[in-house]
Ligand binder design. Structure first.
Ligand SMILES: [Zn+2]
Length: 143
């Protein structure tokens, strides 16, 4: 699982990707627990190594690292989506809460989550903000 952010820019090629380092917690039961950080990209490639807190880039794959916690400005908005999905036998209507940067991204995230095309009925922005700075589907229920 990758967490991070992509900076907004007018053109796609101007957007810059940052990933949040993975935290490995050690010594939980000891007096002084400590955290080591890893590069999430390298870990996905089974090349686990440590990165120094505050480094701008991974020394191995050079990906940009982001260290700050999600703030109200980079937290994702939460949208409520109503949509149809599936064939005659298994299909139906579903309701999902989706953390997304903008309304236009919601359908794509749902397709990715369910690995099939969804037919959006409506998408409403809620007044909630996600705890996370990445886009993902939070909940899905059949309606
Ligand atoms: Zn790396």
């Amino acid at each position: 699982m990758l967490n991070g952010k992509v900076t907004d820019a007018e053109y796609t090629y101007q957007r810059i990707t940052y990933v949040k380092p993975v935290e490995h917690h050690y010594g939980k039961d000891e007096e002084q627990p400590y955290i080591k950080y890893g590069c999430p990209v390298c870990e996905l490639l089974n090349n686990k190594h440590q990165v120094t807190f505050g480094s701008n880039n991974c020394p191995l794959c050079n990906v940009n690292l982001i260290w700050e916690e999600p703030t109200s400005s980079n937290r994702m908005r939460i949208y409520k989506a109503i949509y149809g999905m599936g064939g005659i036998a298994t299909g139906g209507y579903f309701k999902s809460l989706v953390a997304a940067d903008c309304k236009e991204n919601v359908a794509g995230l749902l397709c990715e989550e369910h690995d099939e095309e969804v037919l959006i009925t409506r998408v409403d922005e809620t007044d909630k903000k996600s705890e996370y700075a990445d886009e993902h589907v939070l909940t899905t229920e059949r309606i």
